[in-house]
Design a protein around this ligand. Sequence first.
Ligand SMILES: *Cc1c(COP(=O)(O)O)cnc(C)c1O
Length: 397
Amino acid sequence: MATNKKQGNWQKRTLAVRAGQLRSPFQETCEPLFFTAGYAYENAEEGEARFKGERPGYQYSRISNPTVTMFEQRMAALEGAPVARATTTGMAAVSAVFMAGLKNGDHVVAANALFGSCRYVLENVMSRFGVETTFIDGSAIENWQAAMRPNTRMLFLESPSNPTLTVFDLKAISAIADKAGARLVVDSAMASPAIQRPMDFGAHIVVHSTTKWTDGQGRALGGMILCRQDFLDENLNLFLRNTGPIISPFNAWLHLKSLETLDLRMKQHCENAAKVADFLATQKKVKKVLYPFRPDHPQHNLARAQMSGGGGIVTFEVEGGKNAAFKLANALGLIDVSNNFGDAKSLITHPETTTHQKLTPEMRAEQGVTSELLRLSVGLEDVGDLCEDLEQALKVA
Ligand SMILES: *Cc1c(COP(=O)(O)O)cnc(C)c1O
């Protein structure tokens, strides 16, 4: 295997197309899909040397695979991360970071604005292993500092958060983690590396659901952990190779190839979403619009400082509660009702009854997930068609 050219001082678009490519002796232009579980050794001595870590090379695809390596290296280049490991799903990435990085007696501080499954893992799984989590309103910096304990080992947040698009001050929160010798873990799934690089602001670990914007076409599940070398060596590597949440080569190949167009797609998603947000804000039946790059977003300045685009998600509230929200969703003729996001197709979600259904009413209230809240993942369709669809559905609601 040969690496493709020297990775020089390339810009984002070049890295997205070129970073991490490995070429076989056939010199193929398109990254190959290595669909293999195992690898043959030249001789028994070679097998021994690879298992001892004395010689480089692949051993078994639960440990690593060339297609997966290419995906990891390209993602690391885009995030500005030292190292990366790909997983089966975003939740496998999140769970592995907690399981590998925490032990009995450790404490976590997490923003309460969390994706339902992330909250479940902390509250219902990690607690069984003696890891306690304090959930806070993370939009006020002093709340992070106040929740710190001598045994706090991780700080966890999603920025922007799902579904209410709260943006957190990564620089200030990572400084709190640094002072305590803890790690800030950022779930950046809602943004994607095209518009946000949390490590530039001091985050120690970044996790992604590559199912979302990276795939971008709603085809395959995947996740990614990006971190520094010490966390990989001391915590993650042995955990992953022995517990097995590694991504399938096929899904890794899809997401690797998707990275080539991520920046172009996100640019269009952001442009469409900004227009849809502005359109919704003019509608009488819309009570509130949340979009990070609109001046009326609570953390607008912070969003502009941390992100290079407002993202593809617009969250809004309609007048008339759950009934109106359901009527609106049901009246849409172009936009699909779904719980996913990050697709070329526009998708609308009612978080209270789907993604955030398992939370208690109190938890939903903390996060601002109301009955009339809808999360719209703005796709790549013509933005005029999208606004027309929303306009006619708002009439019905
Ligand atoms: C979707 C999502 C996840 C989970 O990712 P999967 O690939 O579905 O497992 C985690 N965090 C956030 C913020 C998400 O949106």
